[in-house]
Ligand binder design. Structure first.
Ligand SMILES: [Zn+2]
Length: 64
């Protein structure tokens, strides 16, 4: 199952979009983007929660 993550969905005015298999590696790429482009060092837990808040189950994200 693939997941599309748009940076703007997480509160930034940014065109960055990530699309790929829904797993921890994708989440980690989003985390790196937030850190490198926006200077915000979210923890993996915070980003996981942000994605869950957008309607994705934790189960489906944790499958690697
Ligand atoms: Zn961004």
């Amino acid at each position: 199952m693939t997941l599309k993550l748009r940076c703007q969905d997480y509160g930034f005015e940014c065109d960055f979009v990530l699309e790929g298999e829904k797993n921890i590696a994708l989440l980690e790429k989003l985390r790196e983007h937030f850190e490198e482009e926006h200077g915000i060092d979210y923890t993996r837990e915070v980003i996981t929660q942000m994605i869950i808040n957008r309607g994705h189950s934790l189960e489906s994200i944790r499958k690697e």
